[in-house]
Design a protein around this ligand. Structure first.
Ligand code: ZN
Length: 195
């Protein structure tokens, strides 16, 4: 059942917050959530997430596996059009909103996504009003933020973005799975490409 799979994912994220204070310090784990009953909406990349096994026993691994558990139930989204990012990007990228204003669990004061990018993708410069934390669950990528040095981040690595601070990302020879909480103004918004 999809609800059970999402409950397991939510519990694994709560455990991750307990284990990794940087998440709690960015935004507390939401306490008032209601099941929104979103429908399954597939993207091509969902199959890549399902096929990406991980064997560790850390809290990031638990979220990775729980995310695999919701692959066939998630309301997968892609913010961008083919004209903006190209077909290959759309074939190997996708995300879903675990909790938030339009998440599988509804809440108005917090938002958290799981996002996947396949190997060899370039996610061009974009921004959004809400503050954001990237928390890498699996794999790695080169993270770029205006005004800060580039950094390759892997499991447990984080990068925080201020309101409307442009950022970009490049995956190299492996995919990356990221947990992405938002906070502050613009919580219901979406990223947009710069320029
Ligand atoms: Zn962002």
């Amino acid at each position: 059942m999809s609800r059970a799979a999402f409950d397991a994912l939510l519990a694994s994220v709560a455990d991750l917050f307990e284990a990794r204070p940087i998440l709690q310090n960015f935004a507390p784990f939401p306490t008032s959530l209601s099941w929104a009953g979103l429908s399954y909406k597939p993207v091509p990349a969902a199959a890549l997430v399902a096929a990406w096994d991980c064997e560790g026993d850390g809290p990031e691994d638990a979220v990775h596996r729980a995310a695999q558990g919701v692959v066939p139930h998630a309301d997968w989204r892609q913010t961008y059009t083919e004209a903006e990012v190209g077909r290959r990007f759309l074939d190997t990228y996708g995300y879903f909103e675990i909790y938030g204003p339009s998440g599988h669990y509804h809440c108005e004061n917090a938002r958290g996504f799981v996002a996947y990018w396949g190997a060899g993708l370039s996610y061009d410069w974009h921004d959004h009003l809400a503050e954001e934390l990237y928390f890498v669950l699996s794999g790695s990528a080169l993270f770029q933020t205006e005004g800060e040095p580039d950094a390759v981040l892997s499991r447990g690595g984080t990068r925080q973005h201020a309101p409307n601070q442009p950022h970009a990302m490049k995956t190299q020879d492996e995919a990356v799975l990221v947990f992405v909480p938002w906070r502050g103004d613009g919580l219901s918004g979406l990223p947009k490409m710069c320029g």
